[in-house]
Design a protein around this ligand. Structure first.
Ligand code: SF4
Length: 355
């Protein structure tokens, strides 16, 4: 399998050019075609000599993602499904005018990116967890989603959230390589502070990421404010219980400037009680974190339910009365199966790739 240019760092490309006996200035021309002009083929790179284009064609794939289909229209949430070289599928969701959830300038386009095919963490409410884990995405497959979404939509992606399929911190080396491509001056040039990584709570990796020099934002998929509730719905909590997670986040706060976000999917009868709201408020205050409340999106094959609107609002009020900054977000993607992993699950089931 040829390597993808979207996963090739500028340094690796420079080495390849040198070994191929090509002048170094070709590197910036190629990177410009890939990342800025978003060329759809090597033949489109018209300022490169034909011989070099032939060498590139023999040595690289341009993109590791083949567009399968798009759900949603231009002014709504759009979900892109991509086929990978091994017949697996991965998805990205483009969300327009997202209110300031992940950054001060967040009211343009936010792309939700996947980091793995499936997920090994098995959260009980999640479609990705249902299908189990297939494999990690490589750096080109992660960074390539941004490029492909920009090419397909004609929009500039302003914010990235690693909240699609998979647990990003379980694939940290590839994720950091992708982030270097996404934020690099010769590649996509997106500011690190416009990137948010979401994790279910992998404590050692949170500590490692805290040491990373870029000011990337962190969101915690908390979904339960006590061990009792988290143990029930998120198996990861048995490995790293709440006390350890909160300690790691205290450590994060000593090294990072950006506010933490606590994501909390409200599930009827599971984690939507007043006691849970009070405990969540305590954690949020300790961490100086803001809270995003997301009423649950029903997933085919799972029994969980969304609480009624008044229950959701009462939960929000408890947080606000405790002085916590919180938002209650009724998912924009609800009508197009934007619950994590859902479109891909349907496609792979149809193709018979699963199981
Ligand atoms: S919520 Fe996240 S960590 Fe949990 S199973 Fe789904 S993708 Fe994995």
């Amino acid at each position: 399998m040829l390597p993808a240019l979207t996963g090739t760092s500028p340094a690796a490309l420079a080495t390849w050019l040198r070994d191929a006996g090509q002048p170094s200035f070709r590197g910036s021309q190629i990177l410009d075609w890939v990342w800025k002009k978003k060329a759809g083929s090597f033949d489109a790179m018209t300022n490169l000599p034909a011989a070099l284009r032939a060498m590139l064609t023999a040595s690289f794939r341009l993109s590791p993602l083949a567009h399968s289909h798009t759900q949603g229209a231009a002014d709504t949430t759009r979900k892109f499904l991509f086929r990978l070289h091994d017949g697996r599928y991965v998805e990205s969701v483009l969300i327009p005018a997202n209110p300031a959830l992940y950054g001060e300038t967040a009211d343009r386009h936010t792309l939700c990116v996947s980091s793995q095919v499936g997920c090994a963490y098995g959260c009980k409410f999640c479609a990705s967890g249902l299908a189990g884990f297939a494999r990690n995405l490589d750096a080109g497959e992660i960074a390539g989603q941004v490029l492909a979404a920009e090419r397909l939509s004609g929009e500039r992606v302003d914010n990235l959230v690693f909240m699609g399929m998979g647990e990003p911190l379980a694939n940290l080396d590839n994720l950091l390589a992708a982030i270097a491509l996404i934020t690099g001056p010769a590649t996509l040039q997106l500011g690190a502070r416009h990137l948010t990584i979401s994790t279910a709570g992998l404590v050692p990796q949170i500590r490692r990421l805290a040491e990373h020099p870029q000011q990337i934002r962190l969101a915690i998929s908390l979904h339960g404010a006590s061990d009792e509730v988290r143990d029930k719905i998120m198996p990861v909590n048995r490995k790293w219980p709440l006390a350890e997670l909160l300690d790691a986040l205290d450590h994060w706060n000593t090294l990072k400037k950006q506010k933490l976000t606590l994501e909390y999917i409200l599930i009827a009868g599971i984690n939507d009680s007043h006691e849970q709201a009070t405990a969540l408020a305590r954690h949020a205050r300790r961490l100086h974190a803001k809270v995003n409340l997301i009423p649950y999106n029903t997933v085919d094959g799972l029994e969980w339910q969304r609480p009624g609107e008044s229950q959701c609002r009462a939960f929000l009020q408890t947080l606000e009365h405790a002085g916590v900054t919180a938002t209650l977000r009724f998912e924009k993607g609800h009508d197009i199966d934007a619950a994590c992993g859902q479109l891909r699950l349907k496609q792979e089931t149809a193709d018979g790739t699963l199981g």
